[in-house]
Design a protein around this ligand. Structure first.
Ligand SMILES: Cc1cc2nc3c(=O)[nH]c(=O)nc-3n(C[C@H](O)[C@H](O)[C@H](O)COP(=O)(O)O)c2cc1C
Length: 204
């Protein structure tokens, strides 16, 4: 069984993810780091939205957001989430999907500060202006808040809003999917078992 899987799915899911990610970047797919993040509400309803993967550090999949947003609240109450990448068919390459689930932790203030500092100034100001996921009475209100932030930080570095920061998903399961002819796709699930990743081929 190992040999059958080895041809397509290496033993280490992180290494396989990095290979596929590099291939998606090299293929010039639009937004290769866009991933669907799914969380669960208090009442058990799933919610999905796209966020951008900003790095895989210490085997943690990092992204940045407003911690007071809907996703922020949901993750705070139930720190379980699922990430989904879809890299569609392009040229000779076949479509690929990667599903990763696990628990979510908050990055340290230092890590969030470090990433915030790399953002374009207007994006930094936007983080102050947007009360993400709250009802907004008009576009005008948002733009006013943006200009207020601009005036406030005139001539100085824009500090990170305390409610804006990084989260990271620590994988407990991966599933890699490769589109094949006749819907006979290849799937491989990786499950973490006492610190060791076990692989299983799944029916398509
Ligand atoms: C391509 C793309 C990239 C996005 N990247 C992010 C991101 O990195 N962080 C973020 O908070 N929202 C990002 N968004 C917006 C989210 O999809 C979402 O609208 C927002 O975070 C509010 O979600 P929530 O109300 O579920 O918390 C992105 C949207 C798209 C379409």
């Amino acid at each position: 069984m190992g040999t059958d899987l080895d041809k397509l799915f290496s033993k280490d899911p992180y290494a396989l993810f990095q290979t596929w990610f590099k291939e998606a970047v090299n293929a010039k797919l639009p937004e290769p780091n866009a991933m669907v993040l799914s969380t669960i509400s208090d009442s058990g309803r799933p919610n999905s939205r796209v966020v951008l993967l900003k790095g895989v550090t210490n085997n943690q999949f990092q992204f940045f957001t407003n911690l007071h947003s809907q996703k922020g609240h949901e993750i705070e109450k139930n720190p379980q989430a699922c990430l989904l990448f879809f890299w569609p068919t392009l040229g000779h390459s076949l479509g690929r999907q990667v599903r990763i689930d696990g628990s979510v932790i908050k990055l340290s203030d230092e890590e969030s500060d470090a990433y915030f500092a790399t953002r374009a100034r207007d994006s930094q100001l936007g983080a102050w202006a947007s009360h993400q996921s709250e009802v907004l009475d008009s576009r005008d209100t948002l733009e006013k808040r943006f200009h207020q932030a601009k005036e406030r930080f005139e001539g100085q570095a824009v500090t990170r809003p305390p409610h804006w920061g990084g989260l990271a998903l620590i994988p407990e399961r991966f599933e890699f999917w490769i589109g094949q002819d006749n819907r006979l796709h290849d799937r491989c699930r990786y499950t973490l078992n006492l610190g060791v990743w076990a692989r299983q081929r799944l029916n398509p």
